[in-house]
Design a protein around this ligand. Structure first.
Ligand code: R5P
Length: 243
């Protein structure tokens, strides 16, 4: 008996990075169909290519569009977590949803922080969501990017003096954004800084740089040493809702 015989419904859970993983999803979806599965969904917790959500320079691909089109082949539903830009979800012609990583982070820091900060204005809804779940105030820092690796965070009149603050971001990559935000919060008198993110990519020795924070936490969308809280509950709810 082949291992897929008798499987009628299946949920594939696989990140789309590196590229070999993307191919694996395509192959598994095809094999499941061949075996007779009638409903196949994919959970891609960290959707690679999602940051190329527009053509930034002439001649570039709008990368997430062909990736979405390829991924949906053989699938009936698609779920990801904290996609960089939800406006890309209509590239999927099947039901597609991005669930929030905020509840998982809130569960982990509950009772231990006094305020939630987004490192930039773009992430303020995420910070607000965590803050509402915790019942604490929230705000955002004003960030100006100098180049791909360097950012400056303009001091804001935040009431963080003596407070334990969690900085909530969707992605930590090089860590530059969080380091700058942490320095700003320390200058403003924060007593404790927790760096939190949904997707901990931690490129270029980021975890070493992030030792300026008191604690670094991430969800389990990407394997890493600080993936301490799980998005499984929210993902399972989303998949159930799409069936
Ligand atoms: C920016 O739009 C994102 O929300 C993150 O702030 C950014 O990707 C973090 O990158 P890095 O860790 O390299 O500063």
């Amino acid at each position: 008996m082949r291992v897929l015989d008798g499987v009628e419904e299946a949920v594939l859970v696989q990140n789309a990075h590196p590229d070999g993983n993307l191919v694996e999803i395509l192959l598994w979806a095809d094999a499941l169909r061949e075996a007779g599965a009638t409903w196949v969904a994919a959970v891609v917790p960290y959707l690679g290519y999602a940051r190329q959500d527009k053509v930034f320079e002439a001649g570039e691909a709008l990368s997430i569009r062909p990736v979405a089109k390829a991924l949906q082949r053989g699938l009936d539903a698609f779920v990801t977590v904290d996609v960089h830009n939800p406006a890309i979800l209509p590239f999927f012609d099947i039901p597609a949803e991005s669930v929030s990583g905020a509840p998982a982070i809130a569960r982990h820091v509950k009772g231990r922080v006094d305020a939630v900060l987004s490192p930039d204005e773009g992430g303020k809804e995420r910070a607000e969501e965590v803050a509402e779940l915790l019942g604490v105030p929230w705000d955002f820092l004003e960030k100006s990017r100098l180049d791909a690796r360097r950012v400056v965070v303009q001091p804001k009149s935040l009431a963080v003096e003596g407070k334990a603050v969690v900085i909530m971001d969707d992605i930590i990559s090089t860590g530059g954004t969080i380091v700058a935000a942490t320095e700003s919060l320390r200058k403003n008198g924060a007593s404790r800084v927790v760096a939190a993110c949904t997707h901990g990519l931690f490129a270029e020795g980021a975890l070493e740089k992030l030792k300026v924070c008191d604690e670094v936490v991430a969800t389990d969308t990407v394997e890493n040493p600080v993936a301490v809280t799980s998005v499984a509950r929210e993902v399972a709810e989303a998949i159930t809702g799409l069936r």
